[in-house]
Design a protein. Structure first.
Length: 515
């Protein structure tokens, strides 16, 4: 359909936005110029519409609350992939910020609700080609901007270990479903810990790959320099198996390097780990006002236990680690305000795949339904807008320039060690935030667990969370960090630990009558 033509008042408002002073006579001239140029917009839409894909007719049902005790399912479906392949027989759930063509995508927000993508995300295509069966979409947090599970517009997601507690976020539904063994595998997304935090809280495995290792094409962005997709699984073997399917270039994601050579993630798992060097990062423990002493104790004991497998474990100091969260705070706030909000999810200025239908759907609804955003989204929107307009976004530029120093600090430590270790979250799963909580409580509880996870979204290093033990019946996560594009090594060490402890436990059966 032809592009809407602006009224004279709308053109005047656009001029005022940029500080232009335009006379009536000049405005007539600009109006004619605009009319001529909009002919190109009309032609572009005509050309795009002629080649846009038609979504497949796939059957699905919305989750029945009575059969969804943890609030983790968004929709159910059964999409069969190839009959053979490494994932044949595996039931996979997809985080609901990732496109599955023909199925609704909500991204935890009423601003996205009702959108149906035309094409599968690249990662979804590759899962199906590997033989997976996609069995549904899992609830995620409101625009994925929370590390706890109380912000989704569909309601809270509950932790199978204790339904009164958060499952973690923003891949909240994925982790609850994997932990409860309702699915075999899940595809999650991570911008500040959103695979690893719920993995830690739910006592399962979550792997945030090296930035760019898995194409993000077809997933709802937050901030391109922070966006990652990755596996959420019950075992390290399954995480490596998924990664072997998902790693690679698709030529449509600007986050990816021009040359990418995936490793043999499965083959590396069973290599002898004796002699590998493990650096226990001192700055990841004892975080003032955050760290639970029992969590620190359990993670240190788990790291020491790796010595039984012949690994060389010692402490290392990385002072820059304590700065990482602050860099992330600035980048995610200004970057998300610019890209995810003002830019309607995708922003501009890069050569890669866009989703015009999602941009249009969300772009209209994010204004008309703005009041329904979570407090975390509102907080980022207000501060980011202030920073970008009053302070010209210069702090984003400073933070991006400082990433080199943070990355170099980890790289220097990783020259001396094969992996680094610290708690995934400084504390275990907390009670769910009540719906009437004030914004300060809601936001602090949504983001307070990220000081160890978020820095590696900034630097792009791979990081794997595995269960280290239990404190008062709740899982504690141990995070292993590797060199960039050496995802195999943290997975290999994680697998060695899993073998040492005889496998990771499932949560107790809480039944189906969760309140």
């Amino acid at each position: 359909m032809p592009a809407e033509r602006p009224t004279r008042e709308e053109l005047a408002a656009c001029a005022e936005h940029f500080g232009f002073r335009v006379s009536d006579e000049d405005m007539d001239s600009f109006a004619r110029l605009v009319e001529n140029s909009l002919g190109s917009y009309d032609l572009v839409e005509e050309l795009y519409t002629a080649q846009a894909p038609t979504p497949p007719a796939r059957e699905y049902t919305f989750a029945d609350p009575a059969a969804n005790p943890y609030g983790a399912w968004y929709v159910h479906t059964e999409i069969h992939g190839e009959k053979t392949g490494p994932l044949a027989g595996k039931r996979v759930v997809i985080k609901d910020n990732i496109n599955v063509a023909g199925l609704p995508l909500m991204n935890g927000s009423t601003a996205v609700e009702g959108y149906v993508p035309r094409a599968d995300a690249t990662a979804v295509t590759w899962l199906l080609e590997a033989g997976a069966t996609i069995v549904g979409k899992a609830v995620c947090e409101n625009l994925c901007l929370s590390g706890a599970s109380h912000t989704s517009a569909t309601g809270p997601v509950r932790n199978p270990w204790d339904p009164a507690r958060t499952s973690g976020g923003s891949s909240s539904g994925c982790s609850a479903l994997v932990a409860n063994r309702e699915v075999d595998l899940a595809l999650g997304a991570d911008q500040g810990g959103s695979i690893r935090v719920p993995g830690a809280f739910c006592g399962i495995v979550g792997h945030k790959p090296t930035h760019g290792l898995i194409p993000y094409t077809g997933a709802f962005p937050i901030e391109s320099t922070l966006d990652h997709l990755g596996p959420i699984t019950a075992t390290v073997h399954d995480a490596a198996l998924m990664l072997s399917v998902l790693a690679g270039r698709d030529g449509r994601d600007p986050r990816q390097p021009t040359v990418l050579e995936p490793q043999d993630y499965l083959g590396e798992l069973d290599r002898d780990v004796a002699g590998l060097r493990v650096g226990v990062v001192a700055e990841g423990f004892g975080l003032p006002g955050l760290s639970d002493p029992d969590v620190d104790k359990i993670v240190r004991a788990a790291a020491a236990r790796l010595g039984a497998a012949g690994l060389l474990v010692s402490e290392v100091q990385v002072p820059w680690h304590r700065n990482g969260l602050h860099l992330w705070n600035v980048i995610v706030t200004d970057g998300a305000a610019f890209q995810m909000l003002e830019g309607n999810g995708y922003g501009m200025n890069y050569d890669g795949a866009y989703d015009p239908e999602l941009i249009a759907h969300y772009g209209a609804n994010r204004v008309t339904r703005a009041q329904e955003f979570s407090d975390t989204v509102k907080n980022v929107a207000m501060l980011g807008r202030y920073s970008l307009t009053r302070m010209q976004g210069r702090h984003y530029a400073m933070a991006r320039n400082l990433v080199d120093s943070l990355r170099a600090a980890y790289d220097e430590a990783l020259e001396r060690f094969d992996v680094l270790v610290m708690p995934t979250s400084p504390y275990p799963a907390t009670p769910l935030v009540p719906p009437d909580a004030d914004p300060e409580t809601s936001v602090v509880r949504a983001l307070g667990m990220a000081p160890n996870t978020a820095p590696f979204n900034v630097t792009g290093h791979p990081a794997t969370t595995i269960p280290a033990g239990l404190t008062e019946g709740l899982p504690v996560g141990l995070m292993l960090i590797g060199r960039r594009f050496d995802d195999a090594t943290p997975l290999r060490v994680a697998h060695a630990f899993e073998n040492l402890v005889g496998g990771f436990p499932a949560p107790p059966d809480t039944g189906s009558g969760v309140a």
